[in-house]
Ligand binder design. Structure first.
Ligand SMILES: NS(=O)(=O)c1c(F)c(F)c(S(=O)(=O)CCO)c(N[C@H]2CCc3ccccc32)c1F
Ligand SMILES: [Zn+2]
Length: 261
C-alpha cells in the first residue's frame, strides 16, 4: 500500500505533507545546527535520566526503524531537568541510519552527518496520555545521541544489535527486558536544545529536542547489522531498511541553545 508513508521515492519525506499537513509547518525537525548560530544559555541546567531497567518490554521492527518500547503507565523511567519542566516518561527508543557510514543521522552538526542517530522519546504526563501530549508544545522530549563508526565501539549498544537477528522482518517483535538505556549516554552531558517536531508523520510540533554533543562509537560490523533489517515482512522480498532519515527542515528563525560554551 503505497499510501502509507515511508522513505522511498513514492512515499518519502517530500510527499508526507500530502497526508500530514503538519510536515510543512514552521517548527519541523530535524534541522542543521551551525555552532556559529547557537546561543549558550547559562540558565540551562543539567538533564537527569532515572530509568528503571525493568521498564523495558520488547524490541520491534516496524518496517521503518527498530524500536524498544518501555512501560510508561507510571513515572517509572523519567527524564528531568535541562530545558524541561517536570518529569517526562520514557516511551520508546529507536534509531535512524544510512546505507553507508558517511550518512544516516537526521540532525547535521556543522555540516557533519553521523552514521546513525538514536532517539529516546519521552512524554509529559501532565497531558494525561501520549496522544494528548502529541497536541501540546511541551508534550514530548526526545534525547538524540549521535553514533559514529570507530575502533572502540561502546559495549552497551551491543545489547540492541544482538536482538536484530530476531526481528529481521517488519512486524517481528522480541522480548527485550532488563535494559537501562542510560548506559548508552556518552560521558559528556553537553547538549543543544530547540523546539521542533517528530521527524516522522504525523510530524506534530510538540518536541523539545535535547541533542547530546558527544557521539558514541559503534563498529562497522554493528552498522552492517542494523542495515540487515528488512522493511518488508517475512514472506516478502528483502528490502533493506536503510536511509530511514528525514532531511533537514527550515529553521525559520528558531534559536538553538547550547548548555555549553
Ligand atoms: N524521530 S521521532 O522521534 O520523531 C520518531 C520516529 F522517527 C519514529 F520512527 C517513530 S515510530 O513510532 O517508530 C514510527 C512512527 O509511528 C516515532 N514514534 C512516535 C511518532 C508519533 C507516534 C505515535 C505513537 C507512538 C509513537 C510515536 C518517533 F517519535
Ligand atoms: Zn527518531
Amino acid at each position: 500500500a503505497q499510501s502509507v508513508w515511508g522513505y522511498d521515492s513514492d512515499n518519502g519525506p517530500e510527499r508526507w505533507h500530502e497526508n500530514y499537513p503538519m510536515a510543512k509547518g514552521d517548527k519541523q525537525s530535524p534541522i542543521e545546527i551551525n555552532s556559529k548560530d547557537v546561543r549558550h544559555d547559562a540558565s540551562l541546567t543539567p538533564w537527569h535520566a532515572s530509568y528503571d531497567p525493568g521498564a523495558a518490554k520488547t524490541i520491534l521492527n516496524n518496517g521503518r526503524t527498530c524500536r524498544v518500547v518501555f512501560d510508561d503507565t507510571f513515572d517509572r523511567s523519567v527524564l528531568r531537568g535541562g530545558p524541561l519542566t517536570g518529569a517526562y516518561r520514557l516511551r520508546q527508543l529507536h534509531l535512524h541510519w544510512g546505507s553507508s557510514d558517511d550518512h544516516g543521522s537526521e540532525h547535521i552538526i556543522d555540516g557533519e552527518k553521523y552514521a546513525a542517530e538514536l532517539h529516546m522519546v519521552h512524554w509529559n504526563p501532565k497531558h494525561g496520555n501520549f496522544a494528548g501530549a502529541l497536541k501540546q508544545p511541551d508534550g514530548v522530549a526526545v534525547v538524540g545521541i549521535f553514533l559514529k563508526v570507530g575502533k572502540t565501539p561502546k559495549a552497551e549498544i551491543k545489547r540492541i544489535l544482538e536482538e536484530i537477528d530476531n526481528i529481521k522482518t517488519k512486524g517481528k517483535e522480541a522480548p527485550f527486558q532488563h535494559f537501562d538505556p542510560s548506559i548508552l549516554f556518552p560521558k559528556s552531558r553537553d547538549y543543544w536544545t530547540y523546539h521542533g517536531s517528530f521527524t516522522t508523520p504525523p510530524c506534530e510540533e510538540c518536541i523539545t529536542w535535547i541533542l547530546l554533543r558527544e557521539p558514541i562509537e559503534v563498529s562497522a560490523d554493528q552498522m552492517a547489522k542494523l542495515r540487515s533489517l528488512s522493511k518488508n515482512g517475512e514472506n516478502e522480498p528483502v528490502n533493506p531498511l536503510v536511509d530511514n532519515w528525514r532531511p533537514p527542515q527550515p529553521v525559520k528563525g528558531r534559536i538553538v541553545r547550547a548548555s555549553f560554551k
